[in-house]
Design a protein around this ligand. Sequence first.
Ligand SMILES: Cc1cc2nc3c(=O)[nH]c(=O)nc-3n(C[C@H](O)[C@H](O)[C@H](O)COP(=O)(O)O)c2cc1C
Length: 874
Amino acid sequence: MPAPNYFARNFDTTPTPTPMEQVQDNRNIATSEEPYCNPRLDPKNYLEGPLSDNAATRLRQMLARPGIIVAPGICDGISARCALEAGFDCLYQSGAATTASRMGQPDLAIATLNDFVEAGNMVASLDPRVPVIADADTGFGGPANVARTVRQYARAGIAGLHIEDQVQTKRCGHLMGKQVVSREEFITRIRAAVLARDEIPGGSDFVIIGRTDSAQVLGMEEAVTRLKLAAAAGADVCFIEGVKSKELLESTVAALAPKPVLVNVISGGLTPSFTSWEAEQMGAKIIIFSLVSCVAMVHGVRTAMKSLKETGTDFSTAKGMDPKAFFEVMGLKDVMTLDAKAGGTAFSQVFAPPFFPPTSSSTSHTEMSNSGVSLSGKEVAKHNSRQSCWIIVHGKAYDVTEFLDDHPGGSKIILKYAGKDATQEYDPIHPPDAITNNLPPEKHLGPVDPDTVEKVEVKITDEEKARQQRMSARPSLDEILNLHDFEAIARQVMPEKAWAYYSSAADDEITIRENHAAYHRIWFRPRILRNVTKVDWSTTILGHHSSMPLYITATALGKLGHPDGELNLTRAAAKHGVIQMIPTLASCSFDEIMDAAQPGQVQFFQLYVNKDRNITKRIVQHAEKRGIKGLFITVDAPQLGRREKDMRMKFEAEDPSEVSKAGSEGVDRSQGAARAISSFIDPGLEWADIDWFKSITKMPLILKGVQCWEDALMAYDAGLAGVVLSNHGGRQLDFARSGIEVLVEVVAKLGEKRGLKFPNEKFQLFVDGGVRRATDVLKAVALGATAVGVGRPFLYAFSSYGPEGVDKALQILHDEFEMNLRLLGAPTIKDVVPDMVDASSISSHGSAVPGDRLYDSNYESMQHARLRDATVKL
Ligand SMILES: Cc1cc2nc3c(=O)[nH]c(=O)nc-3n(C[C@H](O)[C@H](O)[C@H](O)COP(=O)(O)O)c2cc1C
């Protein structure tokens, strides 16, 4: 039986045309006014019943039912496997990424139909029930071309594809100046696709998506008209490329309703980075993230290759993934099961673990992991209490019972995952090796059979959704004028816990405010009529060039604010030629950060000294081997200060029962989130240890956290390379003086006692705390500092705007330096001399200065203890 003609309403019973006749037919159809109508494909028919095992039917069911369809872009077997592993129930085969992956070239439409179909067929076969939507990058051209594309994709098991209106010799979709065909030609393509689908014997549910690229070149109005015509010609879904705003997406959805709309989000592309939740709220039905895998691949593979080249090993980038673990992600278990069912023996060796699980509870864990026998998820699930708490991270089980009270984020979050897979919660905050480094080997219980582990669903809270909405309402970076602005935005868009950790300081938070206020007691004495046509604010720090007298100081737990954590700083530092100090307690692993650096990029390392000096020695020597140019030993934190904002957040995150129970057992909770990450720090560190440091490294040694001239003098006499006059951003001893105040007395006293002049090449003075403007830096430089450390502003910059935020923050500082050097009458940094400032009031803590409105309005006052139940009335 020939396929009925759904364009004609009166179903056609003429014989099936020959291919040549078909072309002729399509031309006639292209001019037909009759809208397409196929009662069988009415969305109402797909509302009820279980989800089908046929991927195309399932895609129609998903389209007809509530909820947005989220389809991550994949380009090969590995990316498809990872998407399925993450739990996605629809995949998008990206044209550009598939071309790149198969041909090693960008998307210029040179891959053939067979290339695409073969790739799509392989992906669709991994889990044949999961719909794969394809970018039919050969779905342009004449109707015959389009029809053949549809037939071949449908046969290959693909659930749907999009047909677009770009010209056959299209430019890469991501280059500007796309060219599109006429409306008529576009609609001819859609009709050809629909006809080809309807002629598939037995009736196919294959989904045809009409895509227009015309918005960019012909405007939104034309784009919407084209999609309306495509819908009338039988397209099941409308795909609008290049919607530049929320409003445009919403109006497109309204104009095309009830046709479902697909939106394409590419980080950094024309469409803003809507989350899937935001897109759903705007009415989109499908959201694709076309380049998610190929971009991640470039980052991951690049890092691994660079690291292998530099270190001669792939140990750190493997992150513990052995060959078996890799094959397991790629479906080894299915292959083994099939082999066994068929009576094969090829995998009997590897197969042993799942088939012969440990039967005796007396089997030692070490035995288990050593023998390669996996634990079962059920066994791990039994250890789900405070008395015995096991968790799974990256496929391996750990006994964390004794670590519960030491965990920086509190025990509740671990107990929530007791007996379960905690990887999703763990990954964003911790360096990959944190768990293996912090737990003794006997607590490493070995691999867990992934098939037996129950998936943990991570729920997005309303609070988190609201935060993401605030995130999407951020002003553009152009509107950010100074470093205070980043703080103001960060405060509104950061997760509460992260904000509390970054912004908190010790006790009554007097010192944190004094750090900034102290700069208000220094005034300039500018000089005039000096040729400042050209000004140069670059300098050298410990002998290394820096584009400004400023470095990014060490701040722990970067991933609390942004998934890329400290890497945001590494990248921006490279771009702007400034030095980054890597913290011991970074969220990214040390090697990850070093691997992300550009060749020749200078980095320092901040060291917390471990009670176990062998660990310290290993860390220091590894840092030196990887090219670190200065070791900053933190000396102001034998115990971490009380950061009450942070502690308050922690108590609120804990079960009240847990808090009181732990309290009665004498667990010290007095130091909030900061406590456990610091419990390894040695309070016994003393001056006598300095010689030991000199014996284990040739890196210049600097003490970070010196707070009076007596200690600065001892550091000089001990032959160190310098000191950072710092009170740890006000996070340690409250009422410690500001670094800038200490600088004035250190310069005076070291001059008096040892005849030193500053800035000094041999013994360099650094200051940090409260620096928010280039004028602050210039005041410190005038008073003798070689350079100044800046901490929180960069954290706030990446927490609110990612890497571009840090880039912008550094650019703002460059601009401020340029202007201020001119206004000071100082062509270079060497011309910024003590006579240019009046610091006579620096140590007078009572002197009044005008309030700093930007800073003060960002400062969030501390809170008193709150009643737990908000409904209790006074
Ligand atoms: C969130 C945060 C984490 C920090 N972590 C460390 C650390 O791990 N080690 C360290 O020596 N200093 C640490 N510091 C102190 C900074 O190195 C620096 O002394 C301080 O941030 C400077 O003040 P500013 O933030 O006002 O610029 C941290 C500061 C903040 C705000």
